[in-house]
Ligand binder design. Sequence first.
Ligand code: SF4
Ligand code: SF4
Length: 172
Amino acid sequence: MAAASTASKPSKTTLRRRTKPSREDLPKDVNLCEHCTAKCCRYFALPLETPSSREEFESLRWFLLHEQATAFTEEGEWYVCIHTVCKHLQPDNRCGIYETRPPICREYTTDNCEYEDDWVYDQYFETAEQVVEYMEAVLGPGGEEIGDGRKKKNRRRSIRSPKPPLLPLLAG
Ligand code: SF4
Ligand code: SF4
């Protein structure tokens, strides 16, 4: 018989969500990173051509068929984002190769970083299905390029009335 667990339940105090000071509340000489869980070391994002055709959306869908891949837009630019932790991030959220970290890490500043938890993406795609849904919406029925499907749809659904049949008197 297995021994009964002696682990105690966490108290309400330990369950309470830890909050971090807001950027504005910290003194100017304090390094923001000291209060962060190294959010910028836990992903990388690569810019994409803005998808405008079925083929390009299919490529985006392919990205999102992979684990830990998402896509987002920011100020009209498209990115694929891979949520993966840098191999050199230490358990205390510090860089393990600080002296030799790559330029991309050195040049990244806290000025516009993702320290806060309340920001949102302009658009965010977590699944391949969301890409398909968006693709069908912007391409329109049967469309291969943005705008293409809408034109075809409009051709099918003309706002003009169909030609009326001739009156029997004129038809005879
Ligand atoms: S640069 Fe910003 S996101 Fe990165 S560790 Fe510092 S505070 Fe966190
Ligand atoms: S090299 Fe250091 S600073 Fe750069 S992503 Fe890895 S842990 Fe972060």
